[in-house]
Design a protein around this ligand. Structure first.
Ligand code: AMP
Length: 704
């Protein structure tokens, strides 16, 4: 250790080493996965000239001449190492009441056989196979079996419409689809997939040859039309077993695709992020240990997400299995399955050490169980949550109030030193770009299972940059801003190994979507925020959601954060509305904490005043609201829990032009279409009561 590094926290030391000498840093990490052919080179940097636009930009690839099988690393390796009897997967289906358990040996057996089936059905190395599945073990078997053949999976969230599915089908041109007879969402009962899949195939210009269907007893796919390429999954597996059909792991080049994942695509056609095999395995294997503090068989990870999202890919499936740990696959919702105690029941039942979820799930739990009775009394009271060491949060901004609330609960009821870790990342990055590492010394000595004294967390911040991600904050010209100042969050290339290096068959769009804005100098994350003096990163909103009020730039997240410090407000979504004088004014949609929501869309004067005071105290008078609407269920979200501010903005802008009933563009990824109608109704009511003229509506603002 150089003398200048003494006294530095190990997370800071590791980070600096990764940026100063990426080659030796990642060479060390690459030694901890199994390569069918060892890479002789760590990173190859070059220039790429785009065929159409003739633009030349920096390109890079990780471990270019290595050959690897991700499935071998996730499954075979552990069985060969004598860990075959450890539990790989616990499946807990709160919607059907079914629970299952698979050891690594059993998983090996399932995956080997299913890969044999797929090979027989014509799937080859390099083919794409689309997965549209509920949260059942077969979905994980499918991902691993496809990867075992060196094919590429494209998982589409099993809740998207036929149109959304058709769009992704056309874009990825899969040889086959793997699906199930139904999905079961919350207490709604089963939703048949048959018509949805058939409809999507009908709509898509590209027709996959085979549809392999997992039959669920709750609702069967009937009839299975063989002439249309439909096959009964369980029957194929049974026949393969009878014949002893199995497939060995097929290694691929490090830079071959492991999977395609489509970004949530709130506008335009979804972007197919391509994940490459070698960098993914090395980077995830590193992150699960370093950041999550998960080292192997005694660790149980419960990632309450969906395999359709990147968090599900990385931390339900690949990372825990790369580590040889246990993963909990959960089918259900955080509330209503049957109650708001489900997550805590699971922690208790499977002795979960690490929970990973989105803040939106915790907000839903808080709404149903405002005093945390399930956490404190039902499960935590008798020491039932002591196994839990960490609660990881990602997907959107976590407001400090929710982080602090859980930090307190963890301290009181969970393992000693248990902590909440807000971590920031995206489909593009494949693993967290920032966070607080729980086993930072793994960055210096990977074989140690030491859990360090982690860096202090700062609620509202998503921690510090992770190794390999060179995070900067820049102005619109691409010049770095001072510490503490808000700006565009960008990354210097190359990115860390888990991250994308291009989009699926679309280099041109990769350049246009990410590099062009700053002329190839930085890769644009699309997020806005700041880095403080100590290097902590705060992600405040998407850059599109930055509001310019009288030449001051505010992020919606910043204002929402101030609003939700009001104890009477459960959730807030802020948008900017045009204003003749100031350019824009912040305008809020809020849901109240009380179970009973008042009828009126117009909040009481008292509430408005209190909120304005909070904004004034925490941000400044210039950010005070131009209006506020209250209502239950008025904040539309995507299926992955992200607030659709654009929809609220369009509704409000239409209202200010007197065009209240005009259609707004609703993305197919929306969770609940009803929320748009509720919001429309409330906006209408608000503007009828307040008058179209926003200056009138903002009188109270001027007075304050
Ligand atoms: P996705 O690719 O669908 O996972 O979405 C990625 C986006 O989610 C990021 O670009 C951020 O806007 C947002 N996001 C993810 N994690 C966080 C976090 N911890 N804090 C704030 N925003 C986040």
């Amino acid at each position: 250790m150089p003398p200048s590094d003494r006294g530095k926290h190990v997370q800071d030391r590791v980070y600096e080493a990764s940026i100063a000498d990426p080659e030796s840093f990642w060479r060390q990490q690459a030694a901890h996965v199994h390569w069918h052919k060892q890479p002789s080179q760590v990173i190859r940097k070059g220039k790429k000239t785009l065929a159409k636009s003739r633009v030349t930009h920096d390109s890079w690839s990780w471990f270019p001449d290595g050959e690897i099988s991700t499935t071998y690393n996730c499954v075979d390796r552990h069985v060969h190492n004598g860990n075959g009897d450890n539990v790989a997967i616990y499946w807990d289906s709160a919607v059907t009441g079914v629970k299952e358990k698979y050891t690594y040996k059993q998983l090996f057996n399932e995956v080997e056989t299913l890969a044999g089936v797929l090979r027989e059905e014509g799937v080859k190395k390099g083919d794409v196979v689309l997965i549209y599945m509920p949260m059942i073990p077969a979905a994980l078997f499918a991902m691993l079996a496809i990867a075992r053949l060196g094919a590429i999976h494209a998982v589409v969230f099993g809740g998207f419409s036929a149109a959304a599915l058709a769009q992704r089908m056309e874009a990825s041109r899969p040889r086959a689809i793997m699906t199930a007879s139904c999905g079961i969402e919350g207490s709604k009962g089963p939703t048949a997939y048959k018509h949805l899949i058939e409809d999507a195939i009908e709509k898509s210009k590209f027709k996959p040859g085979k549809t392999i269907i997992w039959q669920r007893d709750e609702l069967r796919w009937d009839p299975v039309l063989k002439e249309n390429g439909q096959r009964n999954w369980q029957r194929l597996v049974k026949s393969a077993r009878n014949r002893g059909l199995r497939a060995d792991a097929v290694p691929v080049q490090s830079n071959d695709g492991l999977y395609i994942i489509y970004t949530s695509g709130t506008t335009g056609t979804p972007k197919g992020v391509l994940r490459t095999a070698g960098g993914h395995a090395v980077g995830l294997n590193f992150s699960i240990k370093y950041l999550f503090g998960i080292h192997g068989p005694s660790d149980v990870m419960f990632t309450a997400s969906d395999v359709g999202w990147v968090v599900g890919h990385s931390y339900i499936l690949y990372a825990p299995l790369l580590a040889g740990a246990t993963t909990v696959l959960f089918e259900g919702k955080p509330v209503g399955c049957p109650d708001a105690g489900t997550f805590w029941r699971i922690i208790n039942e499977y002795k979960v050490t690490t929970l990973f979820t989105a803040p939106t799930a915790l907000r839903a739990i808080r709404r149903e169980d405002p005093n945390n009775d399930f956490f404190r009394k039902t499960y935590g009271g008798n020491g039932g949550l002591k196994s839990l060491r960490a609660l990881f949060l990602a997907g959107e901004r976590s407001e400090p109030s929710i982080v602090q609330m859980y930090q307190k609960l963890l301290r009181e009821f969970c393992a000693e030193g248990a902590t909440v870790v807000d971590n920031w990342w995206s489909s593009e990055s494949g693993s967290p770009i920032s966070g607080i590492a729980l086993s930072a010394s793994a960055g210096e000595d990977f074989t140690s299972a030491h859990r360090d004294k982690a860096l202090t967390t700062k609620p509202g911040s998503a921690g510090k940059a992770m190794p390999g991600f060179d995070v900067r904050v820049v102005d619109d010209e691409g010049n770095e801003v001072k510490r503490g100042e808000m700006g565009n969050i960008v990354l210097a290339v190359p990115l860390a190994p888990t991250a994308f290096t291009t989009l699926w068959e679309d280099d041109e769009r990769f350049y246009k979507g990410y590099l062009k804005r700053f002329n190839g100098r930085w890769l644009d994350t699309g997020d806005a925020g700041f880095i403080d003096e100590d290097g902590y990163i705060s992600i405040m909103s998407r850059a599109d959601d930055v509001i310019n009020v009288a030449a001051h730039r505010f992020s919606t997240g910043q204002i929402e954060q101030a609003i939700t410090t009001h104890t009477g407000i459960a959730e807030a979504a802020v948008i900017g509305i045009p204003d003749e004088l100031k350019g824009h004014l912040p305008f809020a949609f809020v849901t109240l904490s009380s179970q009973e929501h008042p009828e009126s869309a117009v909040p009481s004067e008292k509430l408005v005043k209190e909120v304005q005071m909070l904004i004034r105290e925490q941000i400044g008078a210039v950010a005070s609201l131009g209006g506020m609407i209250q209502g239950k269920g008025i904040i539309p979200k995507t299926r992955s829990g992200k607030t659709l501010r654009r929809v609220l903005r369009e509704l409000t802008e239409n209202a200010t032009h007197g065009a209240m009933d005009k259609e707004v563009a609703v993305p197919s990824t929306i969770e609940d279409r009803e929320a748009v109608d509720i919001a429309r109704g409330k906006v209408k009511e608000y503007f009828e009561k307040k008058g179209k003229d926003l200056h009138k509506a903002t009188e109270s603002r001027a007075k304050l």
